[in-house]
Design a binder for this molecule. Structure first.
Ligand code: PNS
Length: 161
C-alpha cells in the first residue's frame, strides 16, 4: 500500500490542486490531502470549511483521504507511514521555495521523498491567493475552481445584481 501526502493550505482548493490530486491517485494507492492548521496565516476559510470543501470535490476519488496537521510536515508523513510528499510545481518561480522545502524535509526525514508534479497547463498560473483577490475584485474565475468553491466565495464576497 503506497501512500502519498499532498500538503498545503488549500485556502481554498482550486482546480489546479484537484488536478494534482487526480494525478496522484494514478500513482499511489492512497493520497492524503493534508491541510496545515495555521491560524497565523489568517485563512479566509476556517479549517473545517476547507476540509468540507475538499471532501465534497474529491468524493468521486475513493483513494483520497483528508486530514489536517500541525507542526512539522515530516512528523505527519511518518505518522501516516507515507512513501512520498507530493507538491505541484507550476512554474520555475515555484521551484526555489519547493526545492528548499524538499531538501529540508529530506534532512529531517531522509526516507521521505518529495515528488513534484505539474498541473495541466490551463491551471499553471492558478493560486489560491490570486483566486481570492480576483474574485473579491469582481473577476471571473468560474473555470479555475470547483462550483462549490465558487459558491463559498460568493457567500464570503457577495456581489450586487
Ligand atoms: O499551500 P502552501 O501554503 O504552499 O503549503 C505549504 C506547506 C503546508 C506544505 C508548508 O508550509 C509546510 O509543510 N508546513 C508545515 C511546517 C513544516 O514542516 N515546515 C518546514 C518545511 S521545510
Amino acid at each position: 500500500m503506497r501512500t502519498a501526502v499532498y500538503p498545503g493550505s488549500f485556502d481554498p482548493i482550486t482546480n489546479g490542486h484537484l488536478d494534482i490530486i487526480r494525478r496522484g491517485t494514478r500513482l499511489f494507492d492512497r493520497v492524503i490531502v493534508a491541510i496545515l492548521e495555521n491560524e497565523e496565516k489568517a485563512p479566509l476559510f476556517p479549517l473545517d470549511e476547507r476540509i468540507e470543501m475538499i471532501r465534497e470535490v474529491t468524493s468521486d476519488l475513493p483513494s483520497v483521504e483528508i486530514q489536517s496537521f500541525s507542526g512539522l510536515l515530516v512528523n505527519f508523513v511518518r505518522k501516516v507511514d507515507a512513501a512520498a510528499v507530493v507538491r505541484g510545481i507550476r512554474a520555475v518561480s515555484d521551484f526555489e521555495y519547493e526545492f528548499q522545502m524538499a531538501l529540508m524535509n529530506r534532512e529531517l526525514a531522509p526516507d521521505a521523498e518529495t515528488i513534484f508534479m505539474m498541473p495541466a497547463v490551463e491551471y499553471s498560473y492558478v493560486s489560491s491567493r490570486l483566486i481570492k483577490e480576483v474574485f473579491r475584485l469582481g473577476g471571473e474565475i468560474d473555470r479555475l475552481v470547483p462550483p462549490l468553491v465558487l459558491q463559498r466565495l460568493a457567500d464570503r464576497f457577495p456581489r450586487n445584481g
